[in-house]
Design a protein around this ligand. Structure first.
Ligand code: ATP
Length: 368
């Protein structure tokens, strides 16, 4: 179960800086996902760790040993990528047993590890099939079994599920996590799918434009994001700009004035001092709507109504000129309709507050 450390990793391709100043430690046995928008440097980071590319600056350590300059095959890691390259002329069994055969592990070990790993991915029944006889999901499972068979304790998964259809992707993500945990491996999994990252990670490394924005557990990234980019990228959020106009003595309650004079009370430890320009982020499930004005509410008009199965999603243009998303459980939905005048009710303890960014809100939320 190796521990990984990346120190000051920078990678440049000519004028393009793919990764910059990355410092990251992954503990033994952790399942970590690297998440971020397209082109933010996720693949570059894991290719550097696996030795496919050398960094322009900085070093990687696996179990305390500096691996910079050491070729991939000497780093003892399993690498699974999007379009798994199985040997097309070999059967599932031959593909899976490839690593222990090359490592000359002996017939008994080759038999037992190949059987064990094919059983783990539920493919033992198909051991005689060639890749073209398997579905996409089965091919990916065979690739996973092959990587597990290498015996490496470090697994790197680069978008392992993105070529698969939604249902297979969903099942396979839990299978992979279960395998990694049951075998006590350390795993680094690259994805641009925040739901995938949320559902399988011990911690998520969120990247943007070559840099790490935040590293934390899925719960913390969702409930207590440290910055606006995280609040926007992890889950959904609506944003309201304004200024703090009142504070209480204890500092855990303040009032924000949004555009057009509408006020909102904030009651949590994120409160800021009077005069501060702020942006509030709020999750759709923390908002309610009502026909009557209520405490801590802002009037608005429903612009869109979307049926989402267990809940209804409303997009509401508020009198502050901010568009907010509200999710109401189907069971309690009072069938509001497009064009209805409503009031959006805010829970003061659920409002995330950030200093208003100098460069502008849209710039900070942008994926580039
Ligand atoms: P995606 O989710 O789209 O796969 P990513 O987050 O994995 O993206 P990378 O593939 O690491 O991003 O690329 C980061 C940046 O480095 C991009 O701007 C990309 O164009 C650039 N880049 C990556 N590989 C090379 C290369 N071999 N030569 C030149 N530029 C490259």
């Amino acid at each position: 179960m190796p521990e990984i450390t990346m120190k000051n990793i920078t990678k440049r391709f000519g004028k393009v800086t793919a990764c910059e100043d990355i410092d990251l430690t992954i503990k033994e046995g952790e399942y970590v996902t690297v998440l971020g928008p397209s082109g933010c440097g996720k693949t570059t980071l894991v290719k550097i760790l696996s030795g496919i590319w050398e960094p322009t600056d900085g070093d990687c350590f696996i179990d305390g040993k500096k691996v910079t300059g050491i070729p991939t095959f000497e780093r003892d890691l399993g690498y699974i990528f999007q379009n798994i390259a199985l040997f097309p002329h070999m059967t599932v069994w031959q593909n899976t047993s490839y690593a222990p055969i090359v490592k000359d592990r002996g017939q008994e070990v080759i038999e037992s590890t190949t059987t064990e790993n094919l059983e783990l991915v539920n493919l033992l029944q198909r051991k005689g099939f060639k890749p073209f006889e398997l579905s996409g999901g089965e091919q990916q499972k065979a690739g996973i079994a092959r990587a597990l068979c290498s015996g490496s304790k470090l697994l790197i998964l680069d978008e392992p599920l993105s070529a698969l259809d939604a249902r297979v992707r969903l099942d396979l993500r839990y299978d992979i996590k279960r395998l990694v945990k049951s075998k006590g491996l350390t795993a680094i999994h690259v994805t641009h799918d925040q739901e995938e990252a949320m559902s399988i990670s011990d911690r998520i490394v969120l990247m943007r434009a070559g840099r790490i924005v935040e590293v934390n557990t899925p719960e913390n990234l969702y409930n207590n994001p440290k910055n606006l980019f995280t609040a926007n990228f992890i889950g959904e959020a609506s944003f309201i700009e304004g200024r703090i106009v009142e504070n209480d003595d204890e500092g855990n309650c303040c009032t924000m004035k949004a555009r057009n004079g509408h006020k909102l009370k904030i009651k949590n430890d994120r409160c800021m001092m009077k005069g501060a320009g702020v942006v509030i982020a709020v999750r759709p499930e923390n908002l309610f709507i009502s026909r009557e004005a209520e405490k801590n509410s802002i009037p608005g008009v429903i612009e869109e109504k979307i049926f989402m199965g267990s809940f209804m999603r409303y997009r509401i243009m508020m009198a502050t000129d901010d568009l907010v998303q509200v999710e109401i459980a189907e069971a309690v939905d009072k069938t509001f309709n497009i064009g209805d005048n409503v009031n959006v009710i805010f829970r003061s303890e659920k409002l995330l507050v950030y200093p208003r960014p100098k460069e502008g809100l849209q710039e900070v939320l942008s994926l580039e």
